[in-house]
Structures are given as structure tokens and as C-alpha cells.
Design a protein. Structure first.
Length: 243
């Protein structure tokens, strides 16, 4: 394969990976608290490449990264819906251990425990479960304190991390800490808003623009591959004519 075709083929592969990330973002555009995946590009250089050889470098997606920017907060009127304004995550208890999410669409289990839509128990301060009386209204203050009939029931465990580089997605809406070195801590300046939910930070308009851009780049790279194949064909034909 000639260098031009190889570089174009590498670009096509990177664009396909980018399209997969974008498709997943679009599919979760209506998922509460969803955080979009983005791509980080780099150049692959062959080990045997000579210095300053531009034809030996090929574009690749080195790694995807998670865009943790704040999504739009909108009112729902449901007292069990809560949104975070600022950094941090709600902490929930999954069978495999604690998980973290920005989706505050909670509900009550039959035993009165506060759970996520997937049935994971919402963790209170210190990791305790939160149980409320189903017959009484629930009040949640800006610091996550839960009250019923004027009495404190508990407090939502809201955590943040000094570095989010070790956070890995588990499913569409949960995060898992990547190792024991990644310690959760209380965030600073974060407020809890009752009766509201945070929307996905995947903008529909932005996704549409990115989709058009990717498709145009893909089309140009396809033309480059076709041009490379045509040049090779003509070169072979000309060589065959010699002598």
C-alpha cells in the first residue's frame, strides 16, 4: 500500500471511531445526567520511520475522554428528582460496589428506601442507605439534607474527585472509580436542587454539526483512497508498456 493510501485509510478508521462515539452521544441525548464522550487525536509514527518523514505519521484516536461539563437543569415538579449545580456526583450502592452518577431521577422502593431507576440504593452520608416514610412529603435542602415532618432523615452522599482521569463509565449513566488511589471527597460550592433534573450535555445542534463534519471528512478521505488506487493502476500500466 502506497503512503498516501495508507494515511487516508488510517484517517478513515479514525473517522469511523469518532462516528461511533458521536452515535452513542446522540442515542443518549435525552438521558438525564449523561456525559458525552469526546475523542483525543494523536499521530502514530512507525518505529522504523526516519526523522521528519511526514508520510510515516498516521492520524489515530489515542483515547476517548469524558466531557463532564454541566448540562441544562430543568424543572420536573417531582420532589424525588434532584439535580446537582456544580461539580460532583451522587453516590449509589451497586452490587459490585459504589457507583457515581449525575442522574438524580430517584424513586422509592416498596420498603421506603431511596433508589435509582435501576434499583440501586442511593447512599447517604457515610454510605448509609436512606429510607423515608412513603406517606409524608420529602424535603431536600441545597446541601442534600433530607427532612420529613421537620425531622432530619439523612443526607445525600455527594462526592467529587481531585482528578477525574481515573473515572470509567459503567453503562450509560454511571461511573466507577478506576483504582484505590482515586478517593472521593466532598465537593466545594455544589448545590442540590429539588424537583429538577440535569439534562444530557450532548447538544443536538452541536452533534448535528459534528456529524456533517465527520461525513465530509470521510468523503474526502474516500476520494484520496480512490485517487491513490487510480495512480497505482496507471503506474502499473505505464511500467507494463516499457520495452
Amino acid at each position: 500500500m502506497d503512503p498516501m493510501t495508507a494515511i487516508a485509510a488510517s484517517g478513515l478508521r479514525a473517522r469511523m471511531e469518532s462516528l461511533e462515539l458521536l452515535a452513542n452521544n446522540v442515542a443518549n441525548a435525552s438521558t438525564g445526567g449523561y456525559k458525552a464522550d469526546r475523542e483525543f487525536y494523536s499521530l502514530y509514527v512507525a518505529p522504523e520511520a526516519q526523522d521528519n518523514d511526514p508520510l510515516a505519521s498516521m492520524p489515530v484516536i489515542e483515547r476517548p475522554w469524558i466531557d463532564l461539563s454541566q448540562g441544562v437543569v430543568h424543572s420536573t415538579g417531582n420532589p424525588l428528582d434532584v439535580a446537582l449545580s456544580g461539580k460532583g456526583f451522587f453516590s449509589v450502592q451497586a452490587p459490585s460496589g459504589p457507583l457515581y452518577t449525575r442522574n438524580g431521577s430517584f424513586r422509592l422502593a416498596p420498603d421506603g428506601k431511596l433508589v435509582t431507576s435501576d434499583g440501586y440504593a442511593v447512599r447517604g452520608a457515610g454510605g448509609a442507605s436512606l429510607a423515608v416514610a412513603t406517606s409524608l412529603p420529602v424535603e431536600i435542602s441545597s446541601d442534600g439534607t433530607i427532612r420529613q415532618d421537620g425531622k432530619v432523615i439523612g443526607q445525600l452522599e455527594i462526592v467529587d474527585f481531585t482528578s477525574t482521569a481515573g473515572l470509567a463509565k459503567q453503562g450509560s449513566n454511571y461511573f466507577r472509580a478506576g483504582g484505590p488511589a482515586l478517593k472521593p471527597a466532598a465537593p466545594s460550592g455544589t448545590m442540590v436542587e429539588q424537583g429538577k433534573l440535569e439534562a444530557s450535555n450532548t447538544g443536538s445542534a452541536d452533534s448535528a454539526v459534528r456529524l456533517v463534519s465527520i461525513l465530509r471528512q470521510f468523503e474526502m478521505l474516500q476520494k484520496a483512497v480512490s485517487l491513490g488506487a487510480e495512480m497505482n493502476r496507471r503506474a502499473i500500466e505505464e511500467v507494463a508498456k516499457v520495452g
